[in-house]
Design a protein around this ligand. Structure first.
Ligand SMILES: [Zn+2]
Length: 429
C-alpha cells in the first residue's frame, strides 16, 4: 500500500511541477482550519489572528516549536516521549522503528537546539513521491535505479519506498571513508547523494574515479554546497552535480535538469524576509500546507537564501527558483562599520570567494568569528595565509567594515561525519 501511495504522489508531483502557477491561499486556510481542530497551539493562533490573515501571523521558529511541542503537534505525542525515542535510535544506530506509526526525526541542532520532527505514513508517502519525482525526473518507471545515500542517520523513510526498480543502500557517515570504497563500487549506484564534504572526500580519495560508471544522478544534500567544491566533485565523478535542499522541516527545493534550484511550491509557501536593501538575500518563512502531524506554519528557517533569477526556466516549471543556499543566518559574519553606523553583514560567499582566489585549488579552510573583530583562520597545509590576509583586508575595506584581527590557527581536518560549516560565527553570549 505504501508503495502505491508513493507512486501516486510521484505522478501527481510530476504533473504539478510542469503545471501552471496556482495560488495556495485557499488551500492554506483549509489546512489551518484542519490543524486548528487538532492542535491547541494552532487553535489559539486562529482565535488570536484569524484565518484570513495567516500571511501576517507572528513568525515561529524551531525554539518556539520545541517549547510548545506537546500542544503543537496533532498526534498528541509528548516531547519527552519523542526525545527518548529519537535518542535511543541515534545511540543504537537502529533507525528502523516508528513511534506509534510515526517516524521521528532528530535535527542535528548545530546551534545546540535540537529539533524533533514527526511524520505519519501518509506524509512519508507524499515526501517520498515528491522526492522521487524531483530527483529521478521521470525515469522511475522506465529505468532501474540503485541509490547510494551517505547519511548521518538511516531512516525507514527510504526503505519504505524501496522496490525492485529502486534499491537503496545506506552508507553510514559514522564509519570511516575507507570502509565504503569497495561496497560502493560493487553497488554501482545510478543515484548518489551525500553531503558536499563527503563528495569531496570521495573525489580526493580516488573512490569516485574508481566507480565502474558515473552515477546518472549525483546530488549534494544536507550541507551548503561551495561552488569551488562543485568543480572538484564534477570532475572526479564525471557527471553534473545537483542539489537537494531538505531540512527536517521538510523537502524544500531541488535542482531541475537545467541546473536551477526550484522551491517545492506545491508543498510550501515561501515568504521572504529580506536582509539587504538590494533584495538579493532573504531568510525564508515557510508554510507547509501538506504537513499535518507537526505543522510548519509561518516558520522561520535559520538559512540565508540568495534570490534566484526571475526569468523563466527552460525546464518549463513555474516554481520559483533560488540561486543558492548561502548558509545559516547565525553564521553571517558581522563587523563594525568604519563610519560607526552599526554592523556590516559579511556574507559567507564573499569570504569564500576571497579565500579561494588566494589559495591553490583543493585547499580546505575554516574561518570562525570569535569576537566582534576577531576571526580565526586556518587552511590545509599548502596555503599562503599572508595572501588570504591581504585579500580579506581589502575586501573588508571595500565593504566599509573595520578590518578584522585575523589569527592563524593550525589546520585540523574535520571528522568524516561532521557537519561542515567552513565559515561560522561563534561568539559566546
Ligand atoms: Zn528548471
Amino acid at each position: 500500500m505504501e508503495r502505491l501511495g508513493t507512486l501516486w504522489h510521484y505522478l501527481a508531483a510530476r504533473r504539478r511541477f510542469a503545471g501552471a502557477r496556482v495560488s495556495h491561499d485557499k488551500t492554506v486556510r483549509r489546512h489551518l482550519r484542519w490543524i486548528a481542530e487538532r492542535s491547541p497551539y494552532f487553535a489559539e493562533r486562529v482565535r488570536s489572528f484569524g484565518l484570513d490573515h495567516w500571511r501576517d501571523w507572528p513568525v515561529t521558529n524551531k525554539a518556539e516549536m520545541m517549547v510548545n511541542f506537546d500542544a503543537w503537534n496533532t498526534a498528541r505525542v509528548g516531547l519527552e516521549e519523542a526525545l527518548c525515542f529519537a535518542e535511543l535510535a541515534e545511540r543504537t544506530r537502529d533507525f528502523s522503528k516508528t513511534l506509534r506509526g510515526l517516524t521521528v526525526g532528530l535535527s542535528s541542532g548545530t546551534t545546540g537546539s535540537r529539533g524533533i520532527f514527526l511524520a505519519s505514513p501518509a506524509e512519508r508517502q507524499l515526501w517520498a513521491g515528491v522526492l522521487l519525482a524531483r530527483v529521478l525526473r521521470g525515469t522511475l518507471l522506465s529505468h532501474c535505479h540503485r541509490a547510494a545515500l551517505f547519511l548521518r542517520a538511516d531512516s525507514p523513510l527510504y526503505h519504505s519506498v524501496g522496490s525492485r526498480r529502486l534499491e537503496f543502500a545506506f552508507f553510514d557517515l559514522f564509519q570511516p571513508l575507507e570502509a565504503h570504497g569497495s561496497r560502493l563500487r560493487e553497488f554501482r549506484p545510478t543515484v548518489l547523494a551525500a553531503p558536499p564534504s563527503v563528495l569531496v572526500q570521495l573525489a580526493a580519495s580516488g573512490i569516485a574515479r574508481n566507480l565502474l560508471e558515473p552515477p546518472a544522478i549525483l546530488l549534494s544534500v544536507a550541507d551548503v554546497l561551495d561552488e569551488s567544491d562543485r568543480e572538484v566533485i564534477e570532475q572526479a565523478f564525471g557527471t553534473k552535480l545537483g542539489q537537494i535542499y531538505q531540512a527536517t522541516e521538510g523537502f524544500l527545493a531541488a535542482t531541475c535538469p537545467y541546473g536551477r534550484l526550484h522551491w517545492n511550491e506545491d508543498l510550501v509557501v515561501v515568504q521572504k524576509e529580506w536582509i539587504d536593501s538590494g533584495r538579493t538575500r532573504y531568510v525564508p518563512i515557510l508554510t507547509d500546507f501538506r504537513r499535518v502531524t507537526q505543522p510548519v506554519v509561518r516558520y522561520r528557517l535559520d538559512d540565508v537564501i540568495v534570490r534566484g533569477d526571475a526569468s523563466p526556466c527552460p525546464c518549463g516549471s513555474q516554481f520559483e527558483t533560488l540561486e543558492a543556499i548561502e548558509g545559516r543566518w547565525d553564521d553571517l559574519l558581522r563587523l563594525p562599520r568604519r563610519d560607526g553606523g552599526g554592523e556590516a553583514l559579511i556574507y559567507p560567499d564573499f569570504v569564500r570567494r576571497t579565500i579561494i582566489l588566494s589559495v591553490p585549488t583543493g585547499t580546505d579552510y575554516a574561518v570562525t568569528q570569535v569576537s566582534s573583530e576577531e576571526w580565526l583562520i586556518s587552511c590545509s597545509p599548502s596555503c599562503d595565509l599572508g595572501g588570504v590576509r591581504r585579500q580579506l583586508e581589502e575586501f573588508c575595506l571595500a565593504q566599509g567594515a573595520v578590518t578584522p584581527r585575523l589569527k592563524e590557527m593550525d589546520w585540523s581536518p574535520p571528522p568524516f561525519h561532521a557537519k561542515r560549516r567552513r565559515i561560522r560565527r561563534q561568539i559566546p553570549p
